[in-house]
Design a protein around this ligand. Structure first.
Ligand SMILES: *Cc1c(COP(=O)(O)O)cnc(C)c1O
Length: 385
């Protein structure tokens, strides 16, 4: 057994070896400024443009529709604040969901303080936002709809194509936070009818601190980061060339291997889910079993605190997560699980395991066995077990 069993791929992934190789030359050898006016810089510039094509190919987009950012959070901020600022004279209403990532929810909160009105759509017990709720929420004043493609905590894949078609019909801009989806499930920006889409390198085998925003041709959001003329003047700052090259390579690997990896991960996921639900009394799966990210498992273990579970699993070398990485450590129960109808105690008895193509059945067998023992032990000493 390996010393570390990493089951927190929803928080971040290891950099793929080939992606790392693609990054290396841009540190010590081809370190020129991609924006410099000499051939040495042009080499770095070519790496940036190649990555733009690799990202575009992952999304069914054109390379000119891809803009590099510092990650998913910046892309979400740019999409929401950019639309809000540009279209505030048209309307001040934005629709999103209760289960978005904090990068969207906290941006919405900031926009509320600027005078925008936010509708946060509820979700069903199994974790889906519904088209009918969206249709009811739209009004004259609506300038933007932002619904995540796949949820980071419970892995539910949202009906983006349906919502996108509706938004298009209404003439309302549509953004999706596809940070969990990109590189894991097929994305087609045209079939999805999205105008804006956020992605992040470190969620699909690329490095941290780099991401992208897809902007449909014809849309030119005002910069969030003002600076030089990079990214056609829409996002200032010297390119992080190695990171961009690494993310591009990871996108290519994800595109080529997507089907194979998804099948493998979903098989492991279902195996693990079945074992846990069968062997641990009272264990429940959070979120739908259908339309779920291939690597996502999220369980509730009534009577056991997720914090204690995490600590005990960590002692066995197993990395899992209580909700999202951003929420763990905080005392508040997960806003996603609460939106699914779990009460505070249930939300705080829940644990997420997110698998990757690197995980093995042996790792999951070991994890299931440890989990079973730990839950039994904790329940024996629990005040409410
Ligand atoms: C991780 C994540 C983000 C933030 O991306 P960073 O690159 O870490 O800033 C945004 N949205 C979702 C759904 C995520 O999972």
């Amino acid at each position: 057994m390996k010393e570390l069993i990493y089951l927190d791929n929803g928080a971040t992934t290891a950099v793929e070896a080939e992606a790392f190789e693609a990054m290396k030359p841009y540190f010590l050898e081809r370190y020129g400024n991609s924006f410099g006016g000499y051939r040495f810089g042009a080499e770095a510039g070519r790496a940036v443009e190649q990555a733009r094509e690799q990202i575009a190919a992952l999304l069914g987009a054109g390379p000119k529709e891809i803009f590099f950012t510092s990650g998913g959070s910046e892309s979400d901020n740019w999409a929401l604040k950019g639309v809000a600022r540009q279209f505030r004279s048209k309307g001040r209403h934005i629709i999103t969901t209760q289960i978005e990532h904090p990068a969207v929810l906290n941006t919405c909160r900031s926009l509320e303080r600027e005078g925008f009105e936010i509708t946060r759509l509820p979700v069903s017990k199994d974790g889906f936002a519904e088209l009918s709720a969206l249709q009811k929420a739209v009004c004259e004043d609506t300038i933007l709809i932002s619904v995540m493609a796949a949820n980071n905590e419970v892995g539910t894949i949202q009906p983006i194509a349906e919502m996108g078609a509706f938004a298009r019909e209404q003439g309302i801009l549509f953004h999706t936070d596809a940070v969990q989806a990109a590189g894991h499930i097929p994305i087609d920006v045209k079939a999805w009818n999205v105008d804006l889409l956020s992605g992040s390198g470190h969620k699909f085998g690329g490095p941290k601190g780099v991401g992208f925003l897809y902007m449909k041709r014809g849309i030119e959001l005002e910069p969030l980061v003002h600076g030089g003329g990079q990214e056609r003047g829409l996002r200032g700052g010297t390119h992080n060339v190695p990171a961009i090259a690494g993310m591009g390579k990871a996108a290519e690997l994800s595109r080529i291997n997507m089907e194979k990896r998804a099948l493998y991960e979903a098989e492991l996921r279902d195996y693990f889910i079945n074992r846990v639900l069968e062997e641990i009394p009272g264990a429940r799966l959070n979120g739908s079993l259908k339309k779920r990210l291939p690597g996502n498992c999220n369980f509730m273990f009534p009577g056991v605190s997720s914090e204690s579970l995490l600590i005990m699993l960590d002692r066995k070398g197993i990395c899992a997560s209580a909700g999202s990485a951003c929420a763990s450590g905080a005392i508040e129960p997960s806003h996603v699980l609460t939106a699914l109808g779990l009460d505070k105690e249930q939300a705080q008895s829940s644990l997420r395991f997110t698998l990757s193509h690197r995980n093995t059945k042996e790792e999951l067998d070991f994890t299931a066995e440890q989990l079973k023992t730990i839950v039994e032990d904790l329940r024996r000493f629990s005040p409410y077990g």
